[in-house]
Design a protein around this ligand. Structure first.
Ligand SMILES: Cc1cc2nc3c(=O)[nH]c(=O)nc-3n(C[C@H](O)[C@H](O)[C@H](O)COP(=O)(O)O)c2cc1C
Length: 532
């Protein structure tokens, strides 16, 4: 094993929660050092985005079926919708003297390590440049003005780039070593959130596989030490192409064109003091990505459409009302038809969000602990999202599992064990009731050895998990139930349940879906005071 794979394995095992010992974290929370959830660049010119999502009528069911509207123009108004419904605020909540914002994208502990950027040519209402999105005020901060003829041609088609970065300290402040994993999950949720809104606008989204992390950092201005000073740095995550599917952005050309750009703004300090987590430094370094070749999308098989959800909601409503359940009633059930439709939405389709983003084949397979799905026996199921994984999963798990194909013919769902798994689900999820009182809970099995061979792929696996989770969040809302991401789980308890004895397969994220019980003590206010 080489040095990087070794560092990755060490981090992965050290960041596991165990029944008798949680992963290293702060012993108590230093409230004085709590990081500001909003990054801003003081001195950067600001462009107010419009609050136009109310005028936007695409239906959620059309988006999930890939029946996308004709492409909207790429202009300030429609980019405003893109940001508002993906990374924008969805409400302000308060309880007694405490007030906090919720966003369309979820985040572990609501700490929001994810930052969003826009890289665009000159567009109606928006000059060419590199912008940072400030969700608190729904505006763009112009970090760089680019005036170079090569900039326009570098986009290679009608579209823009959305960049994502993470401030690991925001999560590490509360969660210590395991926080880095949560940052990657959150990034996956953000990728999915962007791709869903883009699709609702008739645009396609594609994750650019080739760029190296240092190229992403350079393009987004994350490597500009003087602009950050002592402020917390951002780690480059990903560039997404958003627009016409044929767009071929040339990042090297963009970088050359941006060399002479005028840069504006200095990053705000988020925290009074920062604690170093050596495990996070080590995994960050082990998973740095260098330049690779751009992959072209494999021709995905055509799949049947998922059945319509129980509620026919507009896309904007689903995106805004998405919430994490904090408690489930322990009685609600869903129909097997609704369950199968949700699972169908987890299957990859090349033109349907969020799976249009990825060119590589599905690498994450949900192991489902079904508690209350009408017409379906309670027990353990696995959705094998990529047929090539089937035999490896079968040989890696307990030999006594049934592996009985169940559900609609086209859905690669297998029934492994009839059993009431509520107590196991709760135990595995760090004793959280939400995993037992729901209709079903799940762990996301990933082919971990692929990450061991190329450590940067660990990040991609965690992103794919976040993308699956995001689909479940939206699907749950449309089905009239609610979901919650579960980052806190005892990794090896899940592996023991399944009979996984080595690192070939690891569960990297958990989820739960059921009938939510709202916390009546909280008050809610609209996300933005200004109109339009
Ligand atoms: C990666 C991730 C891990 C999470 N883990 C848990 C968890 O273990 N338990 C829980 O109750 N909520 C969990 N959540 C839900 C967050 O607490 C929730 O997203 C956050 O408070 C914001 O609320 P919202 O989703 O309603 O916008 C998780 C969310 C994410 C994205």
């Amino acid at each position: 094993m080489d040095r990087l794979s070794d560092a990755l394995l060490q981090y992965h095992d050290r960041s596991k929660h165990r029944v008798n010992r949680y992963a290293p974290g702060p012993h108590e929370l230093d409230w004085i050092a709590q990081p500001n959830p909003f990054r801003e660049f003081h001195g950067a010119p600001r462009v107010n985005l419009l609050l136009a999502a109310d005028t936007f009528h695409t239906r959620y069911n059309e988006v999930r079926c890939g029946a996308l509207p004709s492409a909207y123009g790429i202009d300030l108004r429609n980019l405003s919708i893109l940001f508002e419904l993906s990374l924008g605020l969805s409400a302000w909540k308060s309880y007694r003297a405490t007030r906090w914002a919720l966003r369309c994208n979820p985040s572990s502990g609501n700490l929001h390590p994810t930052e969003g950027y826009l890289v665009c040519p000159h567009l109606p209402g928006l000059p060419a440049g590199i912008y940072h999105y400030l969700s608190r005020d729904h505006l763009l901060e112009r970090r760089a003005a680019v005036d170079d003829s090569r900039w326009i041609t570098a986009f290679g088609g009608n579209g823009v780039l959305v960049g994502i970065s993470s401030i690991h300290w925001r999560e590490a402040w509360k969660y210590g070593t395991r926080a880095w994993r949560y940052c990657q999950h959150d990034c996956g949720h953000a990728i999915a959130a962007v791709s869903y809104v883009a699709a609702a606008l008739g645009w396609q989204t594609r994750l650019l596989e080739a760029p190296a992390d240092d190229e992403v950092a350079r393009l987004l201005g994350l490597d500009r030490s003087d602009d950050f000073g002592t402020a917390e740095r951002e780690s480059p995550d990903v560039l997404l192409w958003v627009g016409h599917p044929d767009g071929r952005p040339d990042i090297e050309r963009m970088l050359t064109a941006s060399d002479a750009a005028a840069w504006y703004g200095c990053a705000n300090q988020l925290s009074a003091n920062q604690v170093r987590w050596p495990d996070i430094d080590s995994i960050r370094l082990a998973t740095i990505k260098s330049r690779t070749t751009e992959l072209s999308a494999a021709c995905a098989e055509r799949r049947p459409l998922p059945a319509a959800p129980a509620l026919d909601l507009s896309f904007a409503q689903v995106a805004r009302q998405r919430r994490s359940a904090v408690d489930f009633d322990g009685t609600t059930s869903i129909t097997s038809a609704a369950f199968f439709a949700m699972l169908e939405c987890l299957m990859t389709r090349s033109d349907t969000p969020p799976w249009n983003v990825l060119v590589s084949p599905a690498a994450v397979h949900p192991a489902l602990l079904v508690h209350r799905v009408d017409g379906l026996e309670a027990g353990l199921y696995v959705l094998v999202r990529n047929p090539e994984a089937l035999s490896s999963l079968q040989t890696s798990m307990r030999p006594e599992w049934l592996w009985e194909k169940t559900g609609p013919d086209h859905l690669p769902l297998y029934f492994l064990l009839p059993f009431d798994l509520r107590a196991s689900a709760k135990l595995i999820s760090c004793h959280q009731n939400i995993a037992a009182d729901s209709c079903f809970a799940l762990g996301m099995l990933t082919r971990f050895v692929s990450a061991m061979q190329e450590p940067w792929r660990y990040r991609h696996l965690l992103w794919e998990c976040g993308m699956l989770g995001h689909t479940l969040y939206l699907e749950a809302e449309a089905a009239g139930v609610r979901a919650t991401g579960i980052g806190c789980f005892f990794d090896d308890e899940m592996h023991a349940l399944l009979g996984l004895n080595d690192h070939a397969w690891q569960s990297l994220y958990h989820f739960t879906v059921g009938g939510a019980v709202d916390d009546q003590r909280l008050s809610s206010e609209p996300p933005y005071e200004r109109q339009g």
